[in-house]
Design a protein around this ligand. Structure first.
Ligand code: TEU
Length: 533
């Protein structure tokens, strides 16, 4: 890839929208496509380059859209296919790309394909799903477990077999070993590419293929009950199977038939396994999602190690990416505290590689406590009390300080958190807000190729201060992040500098010579000025 050429998914920033919670256009309490269209200017002015929409397809909503009953339409809850076309056109008119969420591991149990498959053993689509006879004792075929608890097998009395479901029983796994199923799924991808989608985030990409001998998964020696029953086993035969890479390459070849589309993979794997999803000769996913900061111990040494390890493992030509959160994980401001959330934002938006920003993190939104009576997420409902529920990080985006925050005129589907200050309107009017910081960081990225495509060197952790340098040609920018809550003094190794940005937004243009002070929970970006001759 020619480093001088502008490539949107390399130089740009992705913003994840959870459509149910972004903006409600019709007052039913659930976000929708007209609501997103109405707020595209906000996203363009924020300075992001692409939006990734969590699933918008017809779905019984057992897993809030990750149980798809028609891959080529829009659920009426979100709008119509015409609304999707309008959204893509309106986004493109603002130079925003649109990435859709593709959910190929499983469909809804109400998808016509599954209704056919379960109708009879000799139905032509029987093998589009994974059916097995009972074990000799009449029980489940093997020990495979479902992410949301319990066995991954559901008995179907009508045809006398079990079917596999890696998540809910309402989410039967599709059989990616079946060529006609693969062709049908690629046709669905093509359907959206033809309508102008700029690519896909592919759900559970690393799990699409399962062992063809259905061997039992081994016990997990590091099992922790608090992580839920799925953690009892190591998913050796149900994830990261060698055959998956042929499928990733087929998906990539399909996208390469179109102009500059992106393939992002949701992949929770150790770094060295994650890297294999870039594919041989890099014909795999453009961006295998890098989730390694999400579970990081939040201190300078741990973060430095994660960055070094990931950078060192990247195959030649592979483009990095970074994520701090998503619709499945506790929000960054809840994990590290709102003071550190500013530092985390500077880390995310100045590391080398494509960042993905989760909606609401630009305001410093935190997880919202959900009363047991208001819980919607099956992850919590099926294994209550372990903290596995994802509703807290999926609450409506507050647009203003009013009781319904400008999100809806109806009853929001999840409760709004405290939003007197954590809302777009108030923070747009505050030059030192978390939102102002994100706008300034995104503008800084856009203004400096050192931050978009420059090198990353000199990663150091001294005490709880993380420093690194981004360079492109003569342009050198030093990033210094105080991950602690005590003041620090940092030496500028050589030359002088000019303060570009502080996370406190009150130090721009300050001259820096020799050393500079970092306040508690402060990050700074400094333009290195070579030694005066
Ligand atoms: O998540 C897949 C995944 O990694 C799960 O283990 C995830 O961590 C889940 O939150 C477990 O509670 C993807 C989607 O992001 C998630 O929202 C869906 O529920 C899941 O797949 C099934 O489609």
């Amino acid at each position: 890839m020619d480093p001088s050429e502008s490539v949107w998914w390399r130089d740009g920033v992705v913003y994840q929208i959870y459509p149910r919670s972004f903006a409600d256009g019709n007052g039913d309490g659930v976000g929708d496509l007209p609501g997103i269209i109405a707020h595209l200017d906000y996203l363009a002015e924020l300075g992001v380059d692409a939006i990734w929409l969590s699933p918008i397809y017809p779905s019984p909503m057992a897993d809030f859209g990750y149980d798809v009953s028609d891959y080529c339409d829009v659920d009426p809850l979100f709008g119509t296919l015409a609304d999707a076309d309008r959204l893509i056109a309106a986004a493109h008119a603002r130079n925003l790309k649109v990435i859709l969420d593709f959910v190929p591991n499983h469909s809804s149990d109400r998808h016509p394909w599954f209704l056919a498959s379960r109708s009879a053993r000799d139905d032509p689509q029987r093998d589009w799903y994974i059916w097995r006879d009972p074990a000799p004792d009449g029980g489940v075929p093997n020990n495979w477990l479902a992410h949301f608890g319990g066995p991954a097998w559901e008995w179907d009395a009508h045809t006398g077999q079990f079917y596999l479901h890696s998540f809910l029983k309402e989410q039967p796994d599709l059989n990616w070993r079946n060529p006609s199923l693969r062709a049908a799924m690629y046709a669905a991808m093509r359907f959206w590419l033809e309508r102008g989608a700029d690519g896909f985030r592919v759900d559970v990409l690393w799990m699409l293929v399962k062992d063809d001998r259905f061997r039992d998964n081994p016990p997990n020696p590091a099992y922790v009950a608090a992580r839920g029953s799925y953690d009892r086993l190591v998913p050796l035969y149900t994830a990261d199977r060698p055959e998956i890479h042929a499928i990733v390459s087929e998906m990539r070849a399909l996208l390469d038939e179109y102009e500059s589309r992106v393939l992002i993979g949701e992949i929770y794997l150790p770094v060295e396994r994650l890297m294999t999803y870039y594919g041989a000769e890099l014909h795999g996913a453009h961006l295998p999602f890098n989730f390694h900061l999400i579970d990081a111990t939040w201190n300078a040494a741990s973060v430095a190690t994660i960055v070094r390890t990931y950078e060192a493992a990247l195959p030649a030509g592979a483009w990095p990416n970074w994520v701090l959160g998503n619709h499945d994980k506790s929000r960054i401001a809840s994990r590290v505290g709102i003071a550190q959330a500013r530092v985390a934002a500077m880390l995310l938006l100045t590391l080398r590689g494509t960042p993905t920003l989760y909606y609401g993190d630009e305001l410093g939104m935190t997880d919202v406590p959900i009363a047991a009576s208001a819980v919607r997420d099956p992850a919590e409902l099926r294994q209550p009390g372990l903290g596995l529920g994802r509703d807290p990080e999926r609450t409506p985006l507050p647009w203003n300080p009013s009781p319904r925050a400008g999100f809806t005129s109806g009853e929001p589907w999840l409760p709004l958190g405290e939003h007197e200050r954590t809302n777009v309107a108030v923070q747009l009017g505050d030059g030192r807000s978390v939102l102002a910081l994100h706008r300034r960081l995104l503008a800084l990225r856009r203004a400096h190729t050192a931050l978009t495509r420059g090198t990353l060197t000199a990663i150091e952790a001294e005490g709880n201060v993380l420093t690194y340098e981004r360079s492109d040609g003569d342009s050198r920018i030093k990033i210094a992040l105080n991950l602690g809550d005590v003041p620090q003094s940092v030496a500028l190794s050589q030359g002088g500098g000019k303060m570009l940005l502080s996370t406190e937004l009150d130090r721009s243009d300050e001259r820096v010579d020799g050393s500079y002070a970092l306040r508690p929970n402060e990050g700074v970006a400094i333009a290195i000025v070579p030694n005066e001759r």
